[in-house]
Design a protein. Sequence first.
Length: 421
Amino acid sequence: MARFSRPKGTQDILPEDQRYWEHLLNVVGSTARDYGFERIDTPAFESTELFARGVGSGTDIVEKEMYSFKDKGNRDMSLRPEFTAGVIRAYLENGMQVWPKPVKLYSTGPAFRYEAPQAGRYRQFHQFNAEVIGVPGPLADLEIMLLAWDIYDRLGFKNLAFQLNSTGCPVCRPTYIKTLQTHYHEHIDIICDDCRRRIDQNPLRVLDCKKGQCQPVIAAAPKTTEMLCDECDAHFSELKGYLDALERPYTLNHRLVRGLDYYTKTVFEVWAEGIGAQSAVCGGGRYDGLAELLGGPRTPGVGFAAGMERAVLVMKEQNVDVPELPVPPVFVVYLGETARTYAVKLLTEIRALGVGARIAMRGGLRSQLKQANRRASKLVILLGEDELSRGEVTLRDMETGEQSMVPTTAIASVLQERLGA
Ligand code: HAM
């Protein structure tokens, strides 16, 4: 018989890891709500055209990494490689343009990219994502950056730092790109083959190249921030002013261009200790032209997304204190068939009180107690036929080892007293 394995680049998240995920989701949800964000869930697949237009048909994500397919109605669909395009599609489609601005939305869920898997990089991964829509000024950028920061801070991550850049807008970017292309053509003999191709196809991405031979050319390349138009420059200065006032450390990184085409003005990443200097735990930026690209009215927006697998890796690496998931406090064991039937009735009565309870489903007393011990419940109720005939059960406190006889009629009140239920 063939044995199956999970697809390359995917993960089984096993029960012992779930506490990390639950904690992360709780911190993301509570921080986002404290900031006034509302949750939105969009489909895990959308029309391929949405991502081609939104993320950009020349990007690695759209060109090489999408899980695309024809559905049975012959429509071109893709599993979402990111959330922003879908969230803006939903914003436009559901008439949120008329809501008071800003509209602040957050989401969590799976995303899919056909990438070369490695530590912290998967083909199915999970993101938490947040967007502030409808406000052009840098206070919205700040809000997004502070939310990302505070989520990691509340998780207990150490040594957080922003990487920050501005990639300009359709007014100033074309001049910058021309200057960058001229610089690269002057060094055409030195740079790698990929960069030679990128100069014309996707010029900003040359700044992202990791090859040794390209590093001196990148270091000497003109910087976007030196060529911003007045509006982009003022926007960037105001944002930096807020970050300075709040004493949030940031590094100006003129190589930070990010791999999605929709960005305008601010781009940023958060780097944290734990998964190597080059790995961002999250990234985002402003996308003032995206809604228009998707057929809507001009709508400014700014957001970020973060890989949850990476966050879990850092939580483990940095020994972040993560609460254990609760175990049902009561475990019911029994001796003999009559007691078993009574045990099932008792189990449902305890659950009806709102108290979590499990029952042994097989084996003699010793094996039943073993099952109770794997995830230790606070109380074990033992039903023996003799005791039942006297109208009693044995209650054992697994934390103190103390054991007592309890009349069956008093179980509800004893549980309430012991568990505060
Ligand atoms: P992104 O930089 O492509 O941005 O992804 C954001 C984060 O998702 C990354 O920093 C990383 O933590 C995680 N990530 C990306 N790819 C993978 C992967 N293959 N495996 C594991 N984690 C991964 C976006 O997705 C934009 N939509 C962010 C945004 C929202 N910009 C504005 N609004």
